[in-house]
Design a protein around this ligand. Structure first.
Ligand code: MG
Length: 333
């Protein structure tokens, strides 16, 4: 078990003690510790938060507000020995990184992981969740992660946070963009957005050639920084021949969730000369919403012609563009 602290971590603890005394509290809480970590001298913590789009100064204000609420009894009680447990947890994180001392980033990760504490709840409400923090952790911790190297945090317990249904996260939010096109062939049905459109044409491709799902899959993967559809489902893999693209979309969402992101809303534009998609639009929305786990009003499908111009205008194939908005994974109550 690591017991030595790097200089920024030591400074954070010292500042936490000063802060506790300054406001007249009798015991050290996780919020005092978080305030200490938010001091500008704690470089790793500041870097991690800025990479997540969180303003350390704003978080400092929130922590001071919560310290006041705790003193007036307006916060649920925190477990009494929370700071000691957090430091123990930081030591285990440091050990798993192969380090000989505790860094300020280890302490921030420990706070984020323990959602029984005030600091953990405040970090989660600010969008600083363990999976997201893990994404920027190597830079903040100053450890290098080589391709194929084991995850230094493997086995560290990740506690889940619960939020009231009314909770709306504000930051961070990510956006992904996707595009796909497929050529028409003879013989239906045409499969778009997971539904079958009867007629004499279908799309040609290695899978079921559902260009709507493919564009959306790339938007989801792009927003999560999880690669692209060609990497996940290569057309050199015989197992992907004729594959159901709704299933591929679901797997892409799971890949995004493993990286800490879930889809909140998508918007699609299908560029197609014929058939007209309006009669099938709502069925496509429902099909995609079901695959994404979203309400139908969070899925928009629009169709346009290409005004007779180019290969789309000549009816040789269709194109689809998609945008996906992703927010941090959270467990709703
Ligand atoms: Mg495709």
């Amino acid at each position: 078990m690591t017991v030595r602290f790097q200089a920024p971590a030591r400074k954070a603890i010292d500042f936490a003690m000063v802060e506790m005394e300054r406001v007249g509290d009798q015991t050290l809480s996780s919020l005092h510790l978080l305030l200490g970590l938010l001091e500008p001298s704690a470089e790793g913590v500041g870097l991690a938060l800025r990479m997540l789009g969180v303003n350390p100064a704003a978080l400092q204000l929130d922590a001071r507000r919560d310290i006041h609420l705790a003193r007036t009894g307006e916060l649920d009680p925190e477990i009494a020995e929370a700071p000691e447990l957090l430091l123990e947890r930081a030591g285990r994180i440091s050990d798993q990184c192969g380090a000989t001392d505790i860094a300020d980033a280890d302490m921030l990760m420990a706070c984020a992981q323990d959602l029984r504490t005030w600091a953990g709840k405040l970090l989660a409400a600010s969008g600083v969740t363990p999976p997201l923090l893990w994404g920027v952790f190597p830079q903040a911790r100053g450890v290098l992660r080589h391709p194929g190297a084991p995850d230094p945090l493997a086995g560290i317990e990740m506690l889940e946070v619960t939020f009231p249904p009314s909770f709306v996260p504000t930051l961070p939010v990510r956006t992904g963009i996707g595009y796909d096109s497929h050529r028409f062939g003879v013989g239906g049905p045409l499969i778009l957005g997971g539904i079958e459109i009867p007629g004499e044409v279908k799309l040609i491709g290695h899978s079921d050639a559902d260009a709507v799902c493919h564009a959306l899959t790339d938007a989801v993967l792009g927003g999560a920084g999880a690669g692209d559809i060609g990497e996940l489902f290569p057309d050199t893999d015989a197992g992907n021949r004729g594959r159901n693209s709704i299933e591929m979309l679901r797997l892409a969402c799971q890949a995004a969730e493993r990286r800490g992101w879930r889809v909140a809303q998508v918007d699609l534009t299908v560029i197609i000369e014929r058939p007209k998609l309006l009669p099938y639009r709502d069925a496509m929305r429902l099909s995609l919403a079901h695959a994404l786990g979203l309400p139908a009003d969070a899925v928009s499908v629009k169709a346009k012609t290409n005004e007779g111009m180019g290969w789309v205008g000549r009816g040789e194939g269709i194109a689809c563009m998609a945008v996906a908005t992703l927010i941090p994974v959270r467990k709703a109550t």
